[in-house]
Write a protein that binds this ligand. Structure first.
Ligand SMILES: Nc1ncnc2c1ncn2[C@@H]1O[C@H](COP(=O)(O)OP(=O)(O)O)[C@@H](O)[C@H]1O
Ligand SMILES: [Mg+2]
Length: 251
């Protein structure tokens, strides 16, 4: 992955506190189009907070965010969606008692006159699931009856249906079986081939080493290092996670 061209996302000098808790200090992040960035660090390092600031779910105290070179001020996830940023949360944020198709199009069901156009919704949900190579028998199944891996596919299908340029996955493999993890990594690879930039938060370094182009380490809310996957190893990254010293921010 070259560093040429304009980053799809750039965060500079991000600070964030929750009352007396300083969650992020002077954090910078750069994501190139079509790149997969692994974001790692111990619990409470600030990974989720940084991503929620990127989507507008949380507001930064200070710092700049640029999307495709343009400064942005997101008031909430609807604003970041308009700029092509989607995030999949750890709990997937789905409605368990509704079926797959209804979840993929949650909040924007196609209508025909006064009614939800079930047929169109199922067809379109089926299309998205096929793009993800997920078994489409599931579009009428209730989400709560699906395995964790399938539920995650639904969450991804929902995100992908917005045609994002940036997809953020927070601990996506934490509760997945080995085959489901492999499927997820294949999906991420497929999305990369379509030019979707991705940020994956994970405690499992092996997943990031399998799929990532670059890895960035946070410790106690600060950048402590960044490496190209091809020129580092798990041992070096673990050392950064445990013993890393704060970097000075670059702008
Ligand atoms: N909504 C919140 N209210 C108060 N404190 C929060 C909130 N979200 C995160 N924090 C705090 O910010 C710090 C960073 O948390 P988080 O971003 O969740 O870390 P990570 O995802 O790396 O485990 C932690 O000390 C956490 O307790
Ligand atoms: Mg987190």
């Amino acid at each position: 992955m070259t560093e040429a061209g304009t980053p799809i996302v750039e965060m500079r000098r991000i600070d964030k506190s929750f009352g007396a808790i300083r969650a992020l200090t002077d954090v910078h992040l750069r994501l190139m189009p079509g790149e997969i960035l692994g974001l790692v660090g111990d619990n409470s390092a600030g990974k989720s907070t940084l991503m929620k600031i990127l989507t507008g779910a949380y507001q930064r105290d200070s710092g700049d965010i640029l999307v495709a070179g343009e400064e942005v001020h997101f008031r909430g996830p609807h604003d970041s969606r308009d700029r092509g940023i989607e995030m999949i949360y750890q709990d997937f944020a789905l409605c368990g008692n509704m079926d797959v198709a209804a979840n993929v199009f949650l909040g924007r069901w196609p209508t025909k006159g006064w009614f939800v156009d079930r047929r169109r919704m199922e067809a379109e949900a089926g299309d998205v699931m096929r793009r993800l190579k997920v078994d489409i028998n599931h579009v009428r199944q209730r989400v709560e009856s699906l395995s964790g891996g399938r539920q995650q596919s639904v969450a991804i299908a929902r995100a992908i249906s917005f045609d994002p340029k940036v997809l953020i996955l927070d601990e996506p493999t934490a509760n997945l079986s080995v085959p489901a993890t492999e499927r997820l990594l294949e999906t991420m690879d497929e999305l990369r081939r379509h030019g979707v930039a991705q940020i994956i938060i994970s405690h499992r370094l092996t997943d990031i080493f399998e799929i990532g182009d670059r890895i960035m380490v946070l410790k106690r809310g600060r950048n402590v290092g960044e490496r190209l996957i091809k020129s580092t190893n798990e041992k070096e990254v673990l050392e950064l996670i445990v013993q890393g010293e704060p970097e000075t921010a670059q702008s």
